[in-house]
Each structure stands twice: as C-alpha cells, then as structure tokens.
Design a protein around this ligand. Structure first.
Ligand code: CP
Ligand code: NVA
Length: 312
C-alpha cells in the first residue's frame, strides 16, 4: 500500500503506522544525501509555516526554520511575548486566523490539548515541536540516527535511562515499539511511565516483534544495549522539582561504567540535547567516541524536512 500523508498532523506518532514511519525515515535519508551533495530544490516555494513557542528552543526552531527556508518556504516565529495567544486571545480564535493565512503550524508548549485545538480550529497540519507529554519530531531523528549507525532497526536494543515519564522517553518508546526496536526504560519507581502507556507500548511492540521493559536496575536493564539514551532530569516547566529530581536520579547518570555494562563495543550514546553535563551524563561519555549527539541534532532537520514534504 502506498503511503499518503498529505494533510496529516504529527501530534504524538501514536496514530502513525510502521509503514508511515518507515517512509518518513527513508525520505529523511534521501534528503540528507541531497543536502550534502549541494542539490537545492525549491519544494516549499510559496509555503508558509507558523511557529508558536511557549517554551524555549534551539534545535527544533532551527530545524523547522532551515528545513522550510532552504527550499523557498517562509517560517514565521511567534513567541508568547509577541502574540495575543495565552493572554488576550483564545487558542481557538488564534487557530482560525492562522488557518486563513498559513499552510501549516508548529507548536511547542505545555499542554498536548493546545496542539489538538490548533489542529481542530486551523484545519491545517499541526506539528508537535514538544509538549509536556510528547516530542515526536525528536523521536524520528533518534530512530533515523540509530538506523544510520546500525543500518537496520529490527532486533536492536535501545535503553533510556533517567526520567521515565517525560516527553522524550514517551516518544522514544512509541517509535521503538512501532519499529521493532527492543526498548528498556531504566528509571526509579517514582518516575515510571503510567501503566496505561506501558500497555500501549506493549501493544505496539507485540505487533512489531519487539519487547518493552521498565526497570529500576541499571545493571539488569543496560546489558546488551546497542543504544544508551538519556535526557535532562528536569524538563522545561518542572524547574521547582529540581532538588527532588537530582536526589532521585543521581544514581542514574550515564557514565563510562554504565556504557561498559552494555557488554558491547559498538554501543552508541544519544541525548536529545540540551544536556546538563555532570548530571544525566558524564563529560567523558558526552564527548567520547560512542557519542552521536551531533549527528542526532543534525538529523532533526532532515526528518522535519521529510515530514513537511510528505504532509504538505
Ligand atoms: N532537542 C530539542 O528539542 O532541542 P531544543 O529544545 O533546542 O529545540
Ligand atoms: N525533556 C526535555 C526535552 C528538551 C528537548 C524538556 O522537556 O525540557
């Protein structure tokens, strides 16, 4: 069956099939090669993207802006300091105005519901550039980076160590379970994902032939990992929980000893960035030979360009 994503939003990845994710990743590889060879097609000429930010961003903003801009499209950056959304104007009203002016919307912010309302009221494809719950465009770059390294995905083991219920962990678990990658979330009891989510990941992994595990034991969880992934202990919007998180997660730092516990020479280290070196990851691992964090950051752009091309 031919994949057709025209007009689709990307809010969680939960509603994307194996074939659809496969197509996004395959197109991303082609786009990366094209970019490296200096080919420039103006595939987004006359296309416009509204970019709404309630939270800060370096990579996601730059990836969307350069992806659409280098092919002739026009991104418009709208932070909450600049527009009426969030203070004077209802989401539904802003969405209806954007729907009359733009071709698509990217939203980064707090509530998943805001992204859903933007989609419903604008009638445009809406891309989730991170909410408290999900970070789907990140997960696409992650899986592309893993495939680039190991050439195929099925049967690989990806281990996520840290805050097991944050946006990055959630989206990584969705994409791994759908794409046949075994995933282990290593996190303290208090930060385990909700049972409902674990059931969902297990449902996807059954279909794809992979396994999902959640454990609080680094030693048990990390053995055999091809990929060790971590993220900040305190996500944006959770600043008040800083002390509690450091206390809970200090034993879960990814360092040389943890990387050695995989028992594999070829294990790579991934991090969505920005990183707090010395907390979730040691300087040694972050800067070391296993780290692929810069490739991973670059792949944000290629995967986002693929989503734009396939959905617009
Ligand atoms: N990984 C990521 O989303 O980075 P930014 O917060 O810089 O966009
Ligand atoms: N979990 C992090 C990811 C940043 C890209 C956060 O939400 O702040």
């Amino acid at each position: 069956m031919k994949v057709n994503l025209k007009g689709r939003s990307l809010l969680t990845l939960i509603d994307y099939s194996y074939e659809e994710i496969r197509e996004i990743i395959s197109v991303s590889h082609v786009l990366k090669k094209e970019r490296k060879s200096g080919k420039n097609k103006m595939r987004f000429a006359s296309r416009t993207l509204a970019m709404l930010f309630e939270k800060r961003s370096t990579r996601t903003r730059c990836a969307f802006e350069t992806a659409i801009g280098e092919e002739g499209g026009h991104p418009v950056f709208l932070s909450m300091q600049d527009i009426h959304l969030g203070s004077k104007e209802a989401i539904e009203d802003t969405a209806r105005v954007l729907g009359r002016m733009f071709d698509c919307i990217m939203f980064r912010g707090y509530k998943q519901e805001t992204a859903e309302l933007l989609m419903e009221y604008s009638g445009l494809p809406v891309y989730n550039g991170l909410t408290d719950e999900y970070h789907p465009t990140q997960a696409l770059a992650d899986i592309m980076t893993i495939e680039e390294e190991f050439k195929s995905l099925k049967g690989l083991k990806c281990v996520y160590i840290g805050d097991g219920r944050n946006n990055v962990a959630n989206s990584l678990a969705v994409v791994c379970s759908k794409m046949g990658v075994h995933m282990t979330i290593i996190t303290p009891e208090d930060l385990k994902p909700d049972n409902e989510l674990i059931d969902l990941y297990q449902y996807f992994s059954k279909e794809s032939g992979s396994e999902i595990q959640v454990t609080d034991s680094i030693e048990k969880g990390v053995a055999g990992a091809h990929v060790v992934y971590t993220d900040v202990w305190v996500s944006m919007g959770e600043e008040k929980k800083k002390k509690e998180r450091i206390d809970l997660l200090s034993p879960y730092q990814v360092n040389g000893a943890v990387m050695n516990m995989t028992g594999r020479k070829e294990t790579i280290f991934l991090h969505c960035l920005p990183a707090v070196k010395g907390q979730e990851v040691s300087e040694e691992v972050f800067e070391g030979p296993a780290s692929r964090v810069w490739e991973q950051a670059e792949n944000r752009k290629h995967t986002i360009k693929a989503i734009l091309l396939l959905t617009l």
